[in-house]
Design a protein around this ligand. Structure first.
Ligand code: PMP
Length: 360
């Protein structure tokens, strides 16, 4: 079996152990004589999968009992709409911090639904940092931010501080489970699973139960956090296989030492690649300011676009996939999610040195 060095931004590399277990269990899941794909979501077998996955996630992140954990569909993109539908509906404004394309998309979606406003942006510097100054509304329904901007490679190190009593809402899609977090600082956390947590198809939402009281009546049931919480994320058929895979990834992460251990490894991987950039004498140029550098998505440029294209092509020839930057910004991007082995980061660094030697 040959596994490539997978630098995809999402869907992304998954732990081989989780894939192997899924393979082993595929034809006969836990003695049912059926695969996990073929059983009822109302069966005790699937209910157990759901319960284990939620319990493992709660344990992994230290999620207090006062928080609901939901497994929803529609991706993080649906949360861009669902969050304001549920929590901006009190007629209050919501504040958005924008330090990249995803935060901008979240704000745009919220503005279709109510008075969402920009509380700070780094667009004027090309989303190379988190905004240095914020204008916060002390009455806001919530303060939204994106903890890691996947396209620009900009990470919030430490949460923004909302005004007293304003819940913090976070799109954590691309750094979810990559490091420890203090859940009690947040009102709502959401994350599409397809980076660190599992395959595409399920979105994890963690929200404080007190916020459920603010949700207006009459929302479409699938878009109502309260209804989804009451039904244990099973108002309709949930994405069973994706949830099962999240469970397997969590078991792998636990065996690896949990979020503390994976954070150390993530820092080490990112450190290798950033050092290669910094020690290249300007041949490689990092996009993000140093104090906002992402451990998950390392974005960088070469002297010309032609060299960038050549870099991505030649890297691919050596089994390093997914290094082309997002189509909206160009350049190169190495996504170094949890399941990417240290050897893959080391292989990239070696390739970077060789490429510079020949082309620099
Ligand atoms: N937010 C962030 C930070 C993302 O990285 C992405 C996807 N790359 C999204 C939102 C959109 O996620 P989805 O495709 O699950 O809707």
């Amino acid at each position: 079996m040959t596994r490539v060095h997978n630098f995809n931004a999402g869907p992304a590399v998954l732990p081989p152990q989780a894939l192997q277990q899924a393979q082993q269990e595929l034809l006969d899941f836990r003695g049912t004589g059926m695969s996990i794909l073929e059983i009822s979501h109302r069966s005790t077998t699937f209910e157990a999968v759901m319960a284990e996955t939620e319990a493992d996630l709660r344990q992994m992140l230290g999620i207090p009992a006062s928080y609901k954990v939901l497994f929803l569909q529609g991706g993080a993109s649906l949360q861009f709409a669902m969050l304001p539908m549920n929590l901006m509906a009190t007629g209050k404004r919501a504040d958005y911090i924008v330090n990249g394309a995803w935060g901008k998309a979240a704000l745009k979606e919220a503005q279709k639904l109510g008075p969402a406003r920009l509380a700070g942006s780094s667009e004027s510097t090309g989303f190379d940092r988190t905004p240095s100054s914020l204008e916060l509304n002390p009455q806001a329904a919530y303060l939204h931010f994106t903890s890691n901007e996947t396209i620009h490679g900009v990470q919030f190190w430490g949460e923004p501080t909302p005004s007293q009593g304003v819940p913090l809402a976070c799109d954590m899609s691309s750094d979810f489970l990559s490091r420890p977090i203090v859940v009690s600082r947040y009102g709502v956390i959401y994350a599409g699973a397809q980076k660190n947590a599992g395959p595409a198809g399920v979105t994890v939402v963690i929200l404080h139960e007190q916020l459920l009281e603010r949700i207006p009546d009459g929302l479409p049931v699938m878009l109502d956090y309260k209804a989804q919480a009451a039904a244990g994320s099973m108002h309709n058929t949930p994405p069973c296989f994706a949830i099962y895979m999240v469970g397997l990834v969590l078991k792998w992460l636990k065996a690896e030492g949990g979020v503390e251990a994976i954070a150390r490894r993530n820092q080490e991987k990112a450190g290798l690649v950033y050092a290669a950039i910094d020690n290249s004498g300007g041949f490689y140029r990092g996009h993000a300011e140093r104090d906002c550098r992402s451990w998950m998505n390392v974005t960088f440029r070469l002297p010309t676009e032609a060299l960038e294209a050549q870099f991505a092509r030649q890297a691919e020839g050596q089994g390093m996939l997914g290094l082309k930057g997002h189509r909206s910004v160009g350049g190169l991007r190495a996504s170094l999610y949890n399941a990417l082995p240290l050897e893959s980061a080391a292989a990239l660094v070696q390739f970077m040195a060789e490429f510079q030697r020949v082309n620099g």
